[in-house]
Design a protein around this ligand. Structure first.
Ligand SMILES: [Zn+2]
Length: 431
């Protein structure tokens, strides 16, 4: 159904793209109510809709590892072993060597024997739906997927880093996700999950590869403009949905923080301290939006980290409160993210999203030959008013993340309208 919709959407240009974006956002809301979702994947870049994590959930046993195993790849023994695309042997050998050295070092430092498989793939073998060249870990199966080349990553030309050593180092980051998971120390919070993965990489680089220190030096100056969203709260809310370049901007910052951390706290103590102070998978943090509280807890594990986090700690998003409904939706060009907060202590918030209702009407029309696919504004409003579409609900005190640029029709008759800020808090209390 999704693929059919996609084909129709491509034919219909902007309408289809809008529909696909809305689908992704809808999944995000469900996943994020109350707490951030657990992801089966850790990625260095945004993924096309549907997110790969959802693909794994929906297809059960059909993991990316099982799909890769069916391909015609070169198999190389080792600890961990490796698969690589035909013709990618030279680059794969470099990444494999670094990963084997790193895993042996992690085993010596942590006393844990991990189950890992490395796959180094060129673009033709890259597993849908992860976009090439996005390194990622499928932690449930112990699989690390590295691209053959990293230099086609958006923004790479502004990093000032050598592609092959950087990619080799990132394999250690992905190994960190898997080992943290396999030892029960993988944080539920996304930004801490990335900090822990980067701590594995940073600890090994500081011990064995000081010549690669630039990877831990923070955001390359020429790349700073990629930080359109610049708050950990925004990273926690959107993760790789924020776009590849902005996501990479955060990873440079988090790698810098990890370098600071492991220079002061030995890796085993760091992992144990974070696991003791925060929820680990499959648990969730009770309040994922409380970035200041999280930083205060992290300070007890890594003294001085709060000062290093600096402006990333800001949580003062512009606030939008309910008002009269506009005559039509004019999506603001700059809006990317909204955190919808039900601040009422007792009342449930019920609302309809303009984009979701429009999509539902479009899907209805697909089965009716001759009917126009694009619903009019009047049809959308009628569908909201007549009660045939169930509202989305948000419990008292809960928060949800939505990709923004939309309009919320509230059951109390008011509307929440997007501002042009990149991110905002949409704040509701019962009238
Ligand atoms: Zn990661």
């Amino acid at each position: 159904m999704l693929m059919r919709l996609v084909f129709r959407a491509i034919r219909r240009g902007g309408t289809v793209l809008c529909a696909i974006g809305v689908l992704g956002a809808a999944g995000h809301v469900r996943a994020q109510e109350g707490a951030p979702p657990s992801t089966a994947l850790s990625a260095h870049a945004p993924m096309a809709v549907p997110p790969a994590a959802d693909v794994i959930r929906h297809h059960g046993a059909l993991s990316i590892r099982s799909r890769i195993a069916a391909r015609d790849l070169v198999r190389v023994p080792g600890n961990p072993p490796m698969l690589h695309s035909q013709g990618a042997g030279a680059e794969a050998g470099v990444y494999h060597r670094m990963l084997q050295d790193g895993v042996a070092w992690f085993r010596a430092v942590l006393g844990h024997d991990s189950e890992i498989l490395l796959a180094v793939l060129d673009a033709a073998d890259y597993p849908w739906p992860v976009p090439y060249p996005t390194p990622f870990a499928e932690w449930a199966s112990g699989l690390i997927v590295m691209p053959r080349h990293l230099d086609s990553h958006p923004g790479f030309d502004r990093w000032g880093l050598e592609a092959v050593p950087l990619n080799a180092a990132l394999a250690l980051h992905e190994a960190g996700h898997i080992i943290a998971e396999q030892t029960g120390r993988r944080p539920a919070l996304r930004w801490l999950d990335e900090l822990v993965a980067n701590a594995f990489m940073a600890a090994f680089l500081q011990a064995r590869h000081p010549e690669l220190a630039a990877i831990l030096a923070g955001v390359p100056p020429a790349f700073d403009d990629a930080g359109r969203l610049r708050r950990l709260l925004e990273f926690e809310a959107l993760y790789f949905d924020m776009g590849q370049e902005n996501y990479a901007w955060f990873q440079f910052h988090i790698a810098r923080l990890a370098g600071y951390a492991v220079a002061r706290v030995p890796l085993p103590e760091l992992l144990d301290g974070i696991a003791a102070a925060f929820a680990t998978h499959p648990q969730t943090e009770p309040d994922w939006t409380d970035i200041p509280g999280q930083i205060a807890r992290l300070e007890s594990v890594i003294p001085g980290i709060g000062e290093q986090i600096g402006a990333l700690a800001d949580v003062a998003l512009p606030e939008v409160t309910p008002g009269p409904c506009p005559d039509s939706l004019v999506p603001p060009a700059g809006a990317e993210l909204a955190i919808l907060e039900n601040r009422d202590p007792a009342a449930v918030l019920r609302y309809h999203r303009h984009g979701i209702v429009a999509l539902a009407l479009m899907i209805d029309a697909l089965g009716q030959p001759g009917r126009a696919l694009d619903p009019t504004e009047a049809e959308i409003r009628a569908a909201v008013a007549d009660g045939t579409h169930a509202p989305e609900v948000l419990a008292p005190g809960a928060a949800a993340v939505i990709r923004w640029g939309d309009l919320l029709y509230l059951e109390d008759g008011r509307c929440l309208v997007a501002s042009d800020a990149p991110s905002a808090r949409l704040v509701w209390t019962a009238p």
